[in-house]
Ligand binder design. Structure first.
Ligand code: SF4
Length: 229
């Protein structure tokens, strides 16, 4: 368990990342889902030459645009993005028993699929990490309104969990992407503010909650996949 308790609220994103590297050395990992916030974080890490590794939870159900961006980022930054995929046997069992679209039929089924494709692979990704970094922001949804910038993740053995963009607005994210010409997911140009699995993510209308397109058939209070508790 980490003994490091830092009040990160007063630090901007780059300073927070640098401070965290000072604490944890090369033990930090960025969880990249290829959304706008994640490419900002990738660019900040590259610009500041920080020894932070990057991983993706490749659920097997991502959009083609997401895989295209993955390729682009590899080329732009020359980084190695480590993929964690679901375990074969339980995935085969799920598909055999319930078919490929079970998540539409109940919250339990949706959580089962998210657990298999995201939550369990995340545990493997974080098993040797001192801390992880996410692109979560407070204004994204009701479930994230009081998100701290630096917290302890009890679910993953008390490692640090950093949310350097917690207080950023959507406009700030896009200003950064444009100013630094950062490659971004083309789904954002098609009305997708939040990127997830293809069958569980849709475009939103102007004025809708930023995560309204994720699991749109569920209530807002239930819309987390289990990665963030
Ligand atoms: S977002 Fe949908 S497809 Fe992806 S893991 Fe969760 S339920 Fe499964």
């Amino acid at each position: 368990m980490s003994d490091h308790r830092v009040d990160g609220e007063s630090l901007d994103a780059a300073a927070l990342l640098t401070e965290a590297v000072g604490h944890f050395g090369d033990g930090l990992k960025l969880a990249c889902s290829f959304g706008a916030e994640d490419v900002v974080l990738l660019d900040l890490i590259a610009q500041n030459k920080l020894p932070i590794s990057v991983f993706v939870l490749d659920t097997g159900r991502l959009h083609q645009e997401t895989y295209d961006l993955w390729e682009q980022l590899n080329q732009r930054y020359g980084i190695k993005i480590v993929a964690y995929t679901p375990q074969t046997e339980p995935l085969q069992q799920l598909l055999q028993l319930k078919g490929p679209g079970s998540f539409y039929h109940s919250i339990e089924n949706r959580r089962e699929c998210c657990h298999l494709r995201k939550v369990e692979p995340l545990s493997r990704a974080l098993a040797d990490a001192a801390g992880w970094i996410t692109g979560q922001r407070r204004e994204q949804s009701v479930t994230r309104a009081s998100l701290p910038k630096w917290e302890t993740d009890a679910t993953h053995g008390g490692i640090a969990k950093l949310n350097p963009l917690a207080d950023w607005t959507e406009a700030q994210v896009w200003d950064y992407i444009k100013a630094h010409r950062v490659p971004y997911n083309k789904l954002h140009d098609q009305g997708f503010p939040s990127i997830g699995c293809a069958p569980c993510t849709r475009a939103i209308e102007p004025g809708e909650d930023l995560r309204a397109g994720r699991w749109w058939w569920e209530n807002p209070e239930q819309k987390e996949c289990g990665l963030h508790k």
